[in-house]
Design a protein around this ligand. Structure first.
Ligand code: SF4
Length: 87
């Protein structure tokens, strides 16, 4: 696991570029953007991962994107509709 760059530990928590960071949430598990820092895991893209998942799937989640792509490929109904359109 890569380490979070340029972060620093402060009395308030872990800071990066002036943002107070919150640790990643359960849904982040498996994402390539997770970084280790001081025995906790943080997101390299967002200071507050929980808010990225509050309204649904995080749009930067590398693991979730892969799932979506795989689902799109094996959806036979959509594939046949697409094929029918092409004719
Ligand atoms: S990009 Fe999204 S899913 Fe990945 S660690 Fe950050 S908040 Fe979590």
């Amino acid at each position: 696991m890569a380490v979070l760059q340029n972060a620093s530990k402060t009395p308030d928590g872990v800071m990066l570029n002036g943002f107070l960071l919150s640790p990643v949430v359960d849904q982040c598990e498996g994402c390539d953007r997770i970084r280790d820092f001081e025995e906790e895991k943080f997101c390299s893209s967002y200071p507050n991962p929980a808010s990225k998942w509050a309204g649904g799937r995080c749009n930067f989640a590398t693991h979730a994107k892969i799932e979506v792509a795989a689902q799109a490929k094996v959806n036979p109904l959509k594939a046949s509709k697409r094929a029918a359109k092409g004719r």
